[in-house]
Design a protein. Structure first.
Length: 248
């Protein structure tokens, strides 16, 4: 894991820089597993001791908690992890494919590590999980995360933090606005909730694919498409920045 992360950092950097500390890449699977474990703690440790558990503290909500944790991490944390392993540079055109391959391998490792947590959530909930749609949706979030990672690498220094803030707002913003509208005005805005990749993965995992057009587009094509666009923007911006530097 550490080797692939270092190679990824080296592939992205267009200028010679200090070697990326391996511990940042070793910590990624550790942080990922702790994050997923924390999402299960309320269901496994707290809910059994409550006489009247809240709706979000029942065993049936275990898959929702794990899927929500996965979605937030893959959309708002994992794409920006290379920043912890050293300075991100501008990708060389010839190294982009190798760097994306290393990032994709990293995603596969994280997906494999998540399998036991998903299995526990599925077990304690009595099998309440649509496995195949959830796997497809997680793969779509992986494409979105790769696009964010490529865009962050191609941006000017400091711009990645704003991209990370935007990813966090996309994940949590629609949920907060939807909850506020329901509580203050009694208005339900399901189309707004569909914009959040967190809500999208949870609903797919629990209810499978919907019949209506917009929810189906939002849960199947929206975020993978955004990821592809971001990846193209990142590569184009990287090439433009490198060309400008060479002309100076």
């Amino acid at each position: 894991m550490a080797t692939s992360g270092s190679d990824a950092g080296a592939g992205v950097s267009g200028m010679a820089g200090p070697p990326a500390p391996a511990r940042a890449w070793v910590l990624l699977p550790v942080v990922w597993c702790l994050w997923l474990l924390l999402s299960l703690v309320p269901t496994l440790l707290v809910a059994p001791h409550l006489l009247s558990p809240r709706p979000w503290l029942t065993r049936e909500t275990a898959p929702s908690a794990v899927l929500a944790a996965m979605a937030f991490f893959l959309a708002a944390v994992w794409p920006f992890w290379p920043a912890l392993a050293g300075r991100l540079g501008v990708p060389r055109v010839g190294a982009v494919a190798r760097w994306l391959g290393a990032s994709a391998l990293e995603f596969v490792v994280l997906f494999s590590l998540a399998a036991p947590f998903v299995l526990v959530a599925w077990s304690v909930s009595g099998g309440r999980l649509a496995v195949a749609p959830a796997v497809v949706s997680v793969a779509g979030l992986g494409i979105f995360g790769l696009g964010l990672r490529t865009a962050a690498a191609g941006m000017v220094p400091g711009a990645a933090r704003w991209l990370m803030l935007a990813a966090m707002l996309v994940c949590a913003g629609p949920l907060v606005l939807g909850y506020a509208a329901a509580e203050t005005m009694g208005v339900s805005v399901p189309w707004l909730l569909e914009v959040s990749p967190v809500f999208e993965l949870v609903r797919v995992g629990l209810d499978a694919w919907p019949e209506a057009l917009w929810p189906r587009i939002a849960r199947l094509w929206l975020w993978p498409g955004v990821g592809v666009v971001l990846a193209v923007v990142g590569v184009v911006e990287a090439c433009r920045s490198r060309r400008d530097r060479e002309l100076l």
